[in-house]
Design a protein around this ligand. Structure first.
Ligand code: NAD
Ligand code: MG
Length: 394
């Protein structure tokens, strides 16, 4: 068996840690070329001891300096690099055949897009990359022959439920709709006033999944599902009206594909990201993920419509998709800024949706043909959202 050589972008995050857990179960299949993080020196040091990568990148230079000293003291034999350019270097190095893209936010875009251009096998967790640059990213994949495997549990489920030879043609494959399941997040049953008064601690307390703080807030606002609608549009070449969202609080059905003959094929499992990670790492083989078996006896699975009145972010994502052009990049950037401010305790929860709506109103319609256009839309939206949020108080 040829061992796959991996770079993990965002190794110190939740997805990164889960990826290394699966990798460690299969030393015959995988070896680590590079691990990357931003600021968490202790965790990266621990990962270097266990996985012995050739390179460790810290995007923050001060963290890189600290790691370099400690790694040398311990004789770990790892070369420590720093800064954003080094993320791209280790993503596209010729030795690497597989990239786990698990940086959070648009910060992951340059290195992930470079890997798409370089024809790597890309395991995509960083949904913001597709939200910001969907068309460019998919064009790059098609041009280079890169292989794209979704890690987001919903998209991984849909990938599993589609025909193996699915080409993006819904008619030909007899596909009627893609059904994204949403847990509904921690505020699913709360009245609007309680959601408005929610604290960061309440927002990051997800009922079913352990995730990074940004995506946890996105799950509470349903923006995560909105970003996933846009992600599905690009991954599967779906028209917006072919993408449906259903709230399924138990997070057992990870998503579904509805066919012309009335069949609905669902992928189910214990909510544990190691399942989609192992699926993509081993593809097309199935490998052990260390995940506990799904226990269905005595369980109830329920489904309900999402409430876009209490959770306006979901509708904003559909609006951005309909607007096209730079709209999704604007939506994503305004959301990132607002979530960071909310987590800092500087603005209330409802400011997230308000700042996105404000930025969309101000900026939609700008150029969106090149990567520079999209990065400019991202920059402008951050600035517009910053100004807007600066005038608010928590
Ligand atoms: P996390 O916050 O736990 O980890 C983020 C990682 O990105 C860390 O390694 C951090 O060091 C790195 N990072 C952050 N800012 C950076 C920057 N500016 N430059 C370079 N590196 C930076 O997040 P997570 O929960 O692991 O999520 C990662 C991505 O995967 C997100 O796009 C998220 O939407 C997606 N995702 C996560 C889950 C999940 O269950 N956690 C599920 C589906 C999709
Ligand atoms: Mg998801």
């Amino acid at each position: 068996m040829k061992r796959r050589v991996l770079t993990i972008l965002g190794a110190t995050g939740t997805i990164g840690v889960n990826t290394l857990d699966v990798v460690a179960r299969h030393p015959d299949r995988f070896e680590i070329f590079a691990l990357t993080g931003a600021t968490q020196v202790e965790r990266m040091l621990e990962q270097c001891r266990t996985h012995r990568p050739r390179y460790a990148v810290m995007s923050e230079p001060a963290a890189a300096a600290a790691l370099r000293v400690r790694a040398a003291e311990e004789g770990l034999g790892v070369e420590v690099l720093e800064g954003a350019a080094a993320l791209t270097e280790v993503a596209i190095a010729p030795e690497v055949d597989t990239l786990m893209a698990a940086i959070v936010g648009a910060a992951g875009l340059p290195a992930t897009l470079a890997a798409a251009q370089a024809g790597k096998r890309i395991l995509l967790a960083n949904k913001e990359t597709l939200v910001v640059s969907g068309q460019l990213f998919m064009d790059a994949i098609a041009a280079s022959g890169a292989e794209l495997l979704p890690i987001d549990s919903e998209h991984n489920a849909i990938f599993q439920a589609l025909p193996g030879d699915f080409s993006g043609d819904f008619e030909q494959a007899g596909v009627k709709a893609l059904w994204l399941t949403a847990s509904g997040g921690p505020f699913r049953t709360l009245p609007a006033e309680a959601i408005a008064a929610a604290t960061p601690e309440q927002a990051v307390a997800h009922p079913n999944w352990v995730m990074g703080r940004k995506i946890s807030v996105d799950s509470a606002s349903l923006m995560n599902k909105g970003l996933e609608v846009i992600e599905a549009r690009w991954l599967f070449n779906a028209r917006p009206e072919q993408i449906k969202v259903v709230v399924h609080p138990q997070s057992i059905v990870h998503s579904m594909v509805e066919y012309a003959d009335g069949s609905v094929i669902a992928q189910m499992g214990t909510p544990d990201m190691r399942t989609p990670i192992a699926y993509a790492l081993g593809f097309p083989e199935r490998i052990d993920a260390g995940v506990s078996a799904l226990e269905l006896m005595g369980r109830q699975l329920t489904f309900e419509a999402p409430d876009t009145a209490r959770f306006p972010c979901l509708q904003l994502a559909f609006d951005a998709l309909a607007a096209g052009g730079n709209a999704a990049a604007v939506l994503n950037a305004a959301n990132e800024v607002a979530v960071a401010r909310f987590l800092d305790g500087a603005v209330p929860f409802n400011a997230i949706a308000a700042s996105i709506a404000h930025a969309l109103g101000r900026l939609v319609g700008g150029a969106a043909d090149t990567l520079d256009d999209l990065l400019e839309a991202d920059r402008q939206a951050r600035s517009v959202a910053d100004t807007y949020l600066g005038a608010l108080r928590a």
